[in-house]
Design a protein around this ligand. Structure first.
Ligand code: ZN
Length: 401
């Protein structure tokens, strides 16, 4: 499959990284043509035109073209919904009170357990389409609403065979009625089983107040690392626990959340290769709470990425929106937000072929219905995607609605 994208205003981060400090702003901007062959970028400019014989030509009329967005943190597969919780939060109910009304995570676990793999796969497929219609191609997708062997495996099976999905086994919470130590031993067997079945590339653990302790999380992470998983940690969202330093010391690929990360945690990240995945809509959906100190992190040299954290309590499929929202609320420059949602996000899931547009890299392009990155960042509330060009279909047409 050959496709020539003509009259593009291409804006892309460089392909190195993780990008940090000034490198996050160092995007390349050019008016050019881009030739893709069999899902890879082959050539640019005059050379692309010269080699384009027989290619499908897509004239984008000077529109902004960026790497397709990469969402490095989602809880994609779950059943049911908990939208009524918003009203409860508005009424001032605490998380515990919401749990006592039969909502919260256990409601999602119950709905998800009652689904077949096929049911879940259909749900996942629909959500992926929505994400793609807003400019995201590559999506990290966690398990975590099964809590037992059978259901964690089932959730990961719902991701099997999907292009552009990177599956992660998540140890989410210690279920009601279990001691932490006892559940850690049980979860190690889930890790082994998932490894034997080849169902996940990463292992992630929610290490925070009300979830796993730092010691328990370390034990699980070491077990997973010994079995070849890349490591991720949900850390420093609710309470400063030291999970960041623990994750960095184990060589974690990413540490995610970090709303309450302090100077020491920021220093630990800045002097490591671990990527800080920020999820800027957490304080939005919680109706308050601290925001990650993104500006400080960038200035201190932390490699930041940005994700949606799509989950039943944060029902946001559009990373395009989160990119814009992070400019407005975290005071990131549009270039920094773009790099965080593309190149660094790709490195946060160890997908080095994605998140930048260069010869030999995956042909995953987002064509936006605006002429500049400033316009993409500024104009919120309407889907600005004009067309996603992905390596699976080589050209997935989606006329703007
Ligand atoms: Zn999460």
């Amino acid at each position: 499959m050959r496709i020539l994208v003509r009259n593009a205003h291409l804006v892309t981060p460089p392909c190195g990284g993780p990008l940090r400090g000034e490198d996050l702003r160092d995007v390349r901007s050019s008016k050019t043509s881009i030739l893709c062959v069999d899902g890879r970028v082959e050539a640019f400019g005059r050379e692309a035109e010269y080699l384009a014989d027989g290619a499908e030509v897509v004239d984008v009329g000077g529109r902004l073209v960026t790497p397709a967005l990469v969402d490095p943190h989602t809880h994609l597969a779950f059943a049911g919904e908990r939208d009524a919780e918003l009203r409860m939060k508005l009424q001032g109910l605490s998380y515990l009170e919401i749990l006592n009304r039969g909502y919260g995570i256990y409601r999602t676990v119950e709905h998800t357990r009652s689904c077949s793999v096929g049911d879940l796969a259909a749900i996942v497929h629909e959500r992926l389409n929505t994400m793609r219609s807003h400019g995201t191609f590559l999506v990290e997708a966690k398990s975590g609403y099964g809590l037992d062997m059978e259901n964690e495996v089932k959730i990961l099976r719902s991701y099997e065979g999907l292009s552009g999905v990177i599956p992660t086994l998540l140890a989410h919470v210690v279920p009601k009625g279990w001691e932490e130590g006892e559940y850690v031993e049980y979860f190690k067997r889930i890790i082994d089983r998932v490894r034997d079945l080849g169902l996940a590339r990463f292992f992630d653990v929610f290490c925070d107040k009300g979830a796993f302790s730092v010691d328990a999380a370390r034990e699980l992470l070491l077990h997973a690392r010994n079995r070849g998983f890349g490591l991720k940690v949900h850390a420093e969202e609710l309470e400063r626990t030291g999970a960041t330093e623990m994750a960095v010391s184990l060589g974690a690929t990413s540490v995610d959340h970090l709303e309450v990360a302090d100077e020491e945690a920021i220093d630990a990240l800045a002097s490591s290769r671990t990527i800080a995945v920020l999820l800027p809509t957490t304080p939005l959906v919680m109706l308050g709470g601290p925001r990650p100190r993104a500006r400080r992190m960038v200035d201190e040299g932390v490699a930041i990425a940005i994700g949606t954290d799509f989950n039943p309590n944060n029902w946001i499929e559009s990373l395009q929106f989160v990119l814009q929202y992070s400019v407005y609320t975290l005071r990131l420059l549009p270039e920094e937000a773009l790099s965080a949602c593309t190149r660094n996000a790709a490195l946060a899931v160890e997908a080095r072929d994605y998140g930048c547009v260069a010869e030999g890299k995956a042909c995953a392009l987002a064509v936006w219905d605006v002429g500049s990155l400033d316009s993409l960042a500024a104009r919120i509330g309407v889907n600005r995607l004009y067309r996603l060009i992905s390596p699976i279909e080589a050209s997935t047409s989606r006329p703007k609605t």
